[in-house]
Design a binder for this molecule. Structure first.
Ligand code: AMP
Length: 370
């Protein structure tokens, strides 16, 4: 089966790496002009001239990037099966749509307002109480297009700095930790859930993910499973879905955002789970049985961002697995990740510290359970 992938970055690369053992071939459609997948057949299509060629080559279509025109995905759906479907893209690329869906399914979220001017932003800040986070409703990722407002007087500056006609303003959550749940739904509606991960972000960018968490109450995992199952069923979703949440002091969960694709907070599954998120996504979209999501051992994914470390030193750490994306160094750019495994979380933390010390730009690792 030749799988068409919209987008050609590292997520597509890792999908292909997981798909070759299944006998899949991959054709990527890149609309940015900067593909980095470095694997399979990559079609660069910056002027929408190559869609026909792409569709002729592929048996079904998936994506590794959700900021695509919905009209394009709908047009592809007329011709080839697309998993997950265009409705998932429509909802997940727009924060207001996402929040409306969370509300409809009674999935708790931070209190929020939608605003369309500096004046209505100031009103929302007063209503919600400071601090708040203002975010553009579309096109934001890795903390871009966002501002934290600590005083209503800052509203006009924040409005100008984000520079987007519509924002969502959220109460700032005093969370204990950020977590994510990744689940996979097959074509027959079967759903499997990965153990939740604790995610450490610095300046809006993911740096570390640990799964399973040493101190997670089984009831909290069940709550998260229930939330993501409701989303999967409502969207009649096929493939991997990620839901990012805040865990509060009372153990409660508030949904932050979701991604209709394999996710950075699931990279730990490549080495730390019986079946990786990439393999399970490919199994799901091809109508194959889903694989076990059980963890092999406590695992930490360490992102390599901006500058690479020395491979020989990183790989000298016992049970360390380096996944490089074949990309050039640039500040803030995700270049690789290292998966570390250990028999206990204590031993794991030692390895994480040793790994971070080998990476030029890595922040000090700090987790809620230390
Ligand atoms: P997002 O792009 O929505 O995932 O936001 C990027 C990061 O900003 C999150 O990972 C959090 O660290 C932080 N953040 C976003 N929304 C909130 C919020 N309502 N309260 C506290 N922190 C937030």
């Amino acid at each position: 089966m030749n799988i068409g992938v919209l987008g050609a970055g590292q997520l597509g690369r890792m999908l292909a790496l997981a798909g070759y053992p299944l006998g899949n071939r991959f054709t990527f459609l890149d609309t940015t002009g900067h593909p980095s997948a470095g694997i399979g057949e990559v079609m660069v299509d910056t002027d929408q001239q190559h869609l026909e060629d792409f569709l002729e080559k592929v048996d079904l279509v998936t994506y590794e990037f959700e900021h695509l025109p919905v009209s394009l995905v709908r047009a592809i759906e007329e011709r080839k099966p697309v998993y997950p479907g265009s409705e998932a893209i429509r909802v997940c690329q727009h924060r207001a749509e996402e929040k409306a869906l969370f509300d409809r399914l009674t999935i708790p979220t931070p209190a929020y307002r939608l605003v369309d001017s500096a004046e209505s932003l100031a009103v929302a800040v007063r209503e919600l109480g400071v601090p708040v986070v203002a975010k553009s409703v579309t096109e934001g990722y890795d903390g871009k297009g966002q501002a934290v407002i600590k005083d209503p007087a800052e509203a006009a500056d924040a409005w100008r700095s984000i520079g987007h006609p519509r924002l969502i303003v959220e109460a700032f959550v005093d969370f204990v930790r950020e977590v994510s749940i990744i689940a996979v739904r097959g074509r027959d509606g079967e759903v499997v859930f990965y153990p939740m991960a604790e995610n450490v972000h610095v300046d809006g960018i993911l740096r570390y993910s640990v799964a399973p968490m040493p101190d997670l109450d089984a009831a909290v995992q069940q709550t998260a499973d229930g939330y993501i199952r409701a989303l999967l069923d409502e969207l009649d979703y096929v493939g991997v879905l990620t839901l990012e949440l805040f865990q509060t002091r009372d153990g409660g969960l508030l949904a932050n955002e979701m991604a209709p694709r394999v996710h950075n907070s699931g990279h730990w599954t490549q080495d730390g789970a019986l079946t990786s998120q990439f393999e399970n996504h490919l199994r799901a979209i091809q109508g194959l049985p889903l694989g076990s999501t059980a963890a092999r051992a406590p695992t930490c994914m360490v992102n390599v961002i901006g500058r690479e470390g020395e491979a020989a030193k990183l790989l000298a750490i016992d049970d360390a697995h380096l996944h490089r994306y074949d990309k050039g160094e640039r500040p803030g750019r995700k270049l690789a990740h290292v998966n570390l495994m250990a028999p206990t979380h204590e031993a794991l933390l030692e390895k994480v510290r040793a790994c971070a010390a080998l990476l030029p730009d890595a922040p000090a690792p700090r987790f809620s359970f230390e």
